[in-house]
Design a binder for this molecule. Structure first.
Ligand code: GDP
Ligand code: MN
Length: 382
């Protein structure tokens, strides 16, 4: 899960990384209130998950309430590289003497963490990597050994940060490492990490990607999810614990196993349809899961046909069929449905499905034929 800057800063603050005082605002009036609280001058910052907001006009300095009104009004609703701004972060503006870069990420090939520090911050690090690769100091970290103050000092020296920034940067790097490891992040990046004219070092921006597989350890992450970037369907699916990805087609898909769900999307495409979603119900395929899946599919107004593609493995065909049958009793489906059931005890399962078949619920033994029927029922190709 990618965090917005304001969430990343909240996460940083938890680990003692210095950030500027500020608050979020969804309206111009809220932005003024946050500016009054933070103290002028302030920076008004678009909250979208894309870099280069500054260049796109999504970050503006404001010296008083009138300027906050003007900038907040312009930035709210602005489209930055396809992301519409719904929220602002307003913080006390910093004086900048120098802009640096610092990050921790995972180097999968090396099977180690990778720390990167550069005296060339404030610009896109990809550009620095391309034009002046030596300007980035890199260090691999063995997770079982950890990252010491001496390691941090070596990185800071190698990167050539100014002497006044040394101690502050070493301290922040260690805290950022703790945030990365204990905070279960895949990426923590500060760009720019600034040195103020007074010799203070602090984070002016925050980019954090959390490792979703660690979510069970972090009930507090739920707060980060309560945001408007999610598609309504995905929000519903998530609340039901389903592996769902919303797509923009018209054939609703339910399959068991991620591989089969992907193949199902492919086959639907192949026969001229367009999948409305990816949905993997996993191994269970019981009535409960099936009913939940159907509810999510039902919530999608673009769905004109449903394709249920189940391959019985450990879960036997008759269990799956009984699950579908009972789910159909609970959820009133809005679009015609094609069911392809194969694998263990498929015959027994199909016998059970016969009892629910109608002109709106069709069974088909092969994946290709089922996909064709689903597209046909949806009213033809895209
Ligand atoms: P990004 O463009 O999306 O990476 O957004 P950043 O938060 O990194 O801000 C971009 C640039 O805006 C920074 O590199 C700074 O030059 C400038 N900026 C951001 N905050 C402040 C601030 O408090 N004071 C000043 N003077 N400039 C700022
Ligand atoms: Mn930045």
């Amino acid at each position: 899960m990618d965090l917005f800057e304001y969430q990343g800063k909240q996460y940083f603050a938890r680990y003692g990384i210095p950030v500027s005082a500020g608050g979020v605002a969804d309206t111009v009036d809220e932005a003024v209130a946050q500016a009054e609280a933070a103290g002028y001058p302030v920076v008004v910052k678009a909250q979208v998950q894309v870099g280069g907001r500054g260049k796109a006009g999504g970050i503006k300095l404001a010296a008083n309430a009138d300027e906050v009104r003007e900038h907040a009004g312009n930035i709210l609703g602005m489209d930055i590289k396809g992301h519409v701004v719904h929220r602002l972060w307003v913080e006390h503006a910093s004086d900048i003497a120098k802009e640096y870069y610092a990050s921790f990420t995972l180097d999968r090939a090396a099977k180690k963490y990778l720390a990167m520090v550069s005296a060339k911050g404030g610009v896109e690090i990809e550009a620095v990597a391309e034009e002046d690769p030596d300007a980035i100091a890199r260090m691999h970290i063995d997770p079982s050994v950890g990252f010491t103050a001496a390691d941090a000092a070596r990185l800071v020296e190698e990167a050539g940060l100014d002497a006044e920034a040394h101690d502050g940067a070493v301290d922040i790097l260690q805290k950022l490492y703790t945030c990365y490891v204990e905070g279960d992040a895949d990426l923590v990046e500060i760009n720019p990490l600034i040195l103020t004219p007074e010799g203070q070092v602090h984070a002016l921006d925050a980019k954090v990607t959390l490792e979703d597989n660690a979510a069970f350890r972090h009930p507090e992450w739920d707060d980060f999810r309560d945001i408007d970037e999610f598609d309504e369907r995905e929000r519903l699916a998530r609340s039901k614990g389903l592996q769902y990805v919303g797509l923009d087609g018209f054939v609703g898909i339910i399959a068991n196993g991620a591989g089969l769900a992907m193949s199902t999307c492919d086959v639907v495409n192949q026969v001229g349809g367009k999948p409305a979603n990816f949905l993997d119900i996993g191994g269970g395929a019981n009535a409960e899961v099936m009913a939940n899946a159907l509810e999510v599919i039902n919530s999608d107004a673009n769905v004109r046909a449903i394709f249920i593609n189940i391959f019985g493995g450990i879960t036997r065909g008759e269990e799956v069929a009984n699950g579908i049958k009972s789910a159909l009793g609970r959820v009133e489906i809005k679009a015609p449905m094609v069911i392809r059931l194969d694998g263990t005890n498929a015959e027994e399962g199909r016998e059970i499905l016969k009892t629910v078949e109608s002109d709106k619920v069709i069974s088909s033994p092969t994946m290709l034929d089922a996909a064709r029927k689903a597209v046909e029922l949806a009213g033809g190709a895209a």
